[in-house]
Design a protein around this ligand. Structure first.
Ligand SMILES: *Cc1c(COP(=O)(O)O)cnc(C)c1O
Length: 368
């Protein structure tokens, strides 16, 4: 499979470049968040400079399309007729449904029934793009298991379009490769803007695709700090969080070894976070490795801190970030005062937050 995939990728370089530019809308801007920068200055006017990598401006509103379009092209080249996928918050499902419509492939998207209720807008979008949306009792992990089952039963006709950097090889490497366009652009844009590298890269981590997408290009640059931020839910000690790297133990899940939220008997513990897309019990094997080698630092922020960050960016920059990205943005509150003045910080703004508006509104009513 990896061998074939490589050959197909070579054939489609030109087609892919055109699609990324004219369909997805790349490159995405590296935006200087001037008012956010001012917000974090101390009394003497010192503080880091904050930039946003605007993945929210991609077609369908998230980094997911960087990967979905490429894999849909692979499915087409392999002569397959249909695509199955699993989605959590629905962003991957929407990107997959759109890419399949463009390439005239049938698509079936599996989604947890609890996620379908919370993300009805994304369910509607998938249907508009022509996908069949199949509800699976439970959440994203149950939907993934079902999608994999469906694929394994129909290997001759069906392609499993994986949305993130987890699961069996070569899925994680392939998705990381497709998402690494984020970091490659970031390096070039930083060079254009200030003639150097960024000092700190900050990204939210659920399963790790937007984080690895921006980190991968810089893993060999030891002078660039890489920071992943997980969802601490109600707090790390509450037992209701999704901080797999901070609190998980090594285990095997969906055919891959990584840190996992599991109990003493190896049974999965349900993750919790206000962002529905933020609830996967496992995490990228590659990020797990980068934790062990200490190349990437990991921290976490709570539901409450993420909601504050969501509101802050909306108010002072006129940008509504996804709740996932809001977890990374929330970490600026702790990070900024520890950095030398002028430090160049880039936050990966993985997606736009329209899909989360109702969740934030409910959260506020709930907590008032
Ligand atoms: C899916 C998604 C994420 C989380 O997934 P990762 O694989 O950890 O990147 C983050 N942000 C947005 C906007 C998403 O749609």
């Amino acid at each position: 499979m990896i061998h074939l995939t490589k050959i197909y990728m070579l054939c489609m370089q030109d087609e892919l470049e055109t699609a990324l530019r004219d369909y997805v809308g790349r490159e995405t801007p590296l935006y200087f968040a001037e008012r956010l920068t001012n917000h974090y200055k101390n009394e003497d006017g010192h503080g880091p400079e904050i930039y946003l990598k605007r993945e929210d401006l991609n077609h369908c509103g998230a980094h997911k399309m960087n990967n979905a379009i490429d894999q849909a092209m692979i499915a087409k080249r392999m002569g397959l007729k249909s695509v199955v996928a699993a989605t959590g918050a629905g962003q991957h499902g929407v990107a997959t449904a759109a890419a399949c419509a463009k390439l005239s492939l049938e698509s079936t998207v599996f989604m947890g029934t609890s996620d379908m209720e919370k993300q009805s807008l994304n369910v509607l979008m998938m249907k508009l793009f022509g996908a069949e949306v199949r509800g699976v009792e439970g959440n994203f992990k149950d939907a993934s298991s079902q999608a994999i089952r469906e694929w394994v039963g129909n290997l001759q006709t069906t392609y499993y379009l994986t949305g993130t950097v987890v699961g069996p090889h070569p899925c994680p490497s392939m998705v990381r490769e497709f998402q690494s366009v984020i970091g490659k652009e970031t390096r070039r844009q930083a060079m254009e803007k200030w003639g150097g590298k960024p000092d700190v890269l900050l990204a939210s981590v659920v399963s790790g695709s937007n984080a690895l997408g921006i980190f991968h290009e810089f893993v060999g640059d030891e002078d660039v700090r890489l920071i992943g931020v997980e969802a601490a839910g109600f707090g790390l000690d509450s037992g209701k969080h999704a901080a797999t790297l901070a609190r998980g133990e090594v285990g095997v899940y969906h055919e891959a070894m990584s840190y996992l939220l599991q109990d003493e008997e190896g049974q999965i513990i349900e993750p919790h976070s206000i962002g529905v897309g933020l609830t996967y019990p496992g995490v990228s094997p590659e990020l797990s490795f980068l934790k062990d080698t200490r190349r990437v630092e990991f921290y976490s922020t709570t539901d409450e801190e993420a909601v504050e960050a969501y509101k802050r960016l909306r108010k002072i920059e006129g940008i509504i970030p996804s709740l996932e990205a809001s977890h990374a943005l929330a970490f600026l509150e702790k990070l900024c005062s520890t950095l030398p003045s002028g430090t160049k910080v880039i936050v990966n703004c993985s997606g736009r937050g329209d899909k989360d508006a109702a969740t934030v509104l409910n959260y506020q009513q709930y907590s008032m």
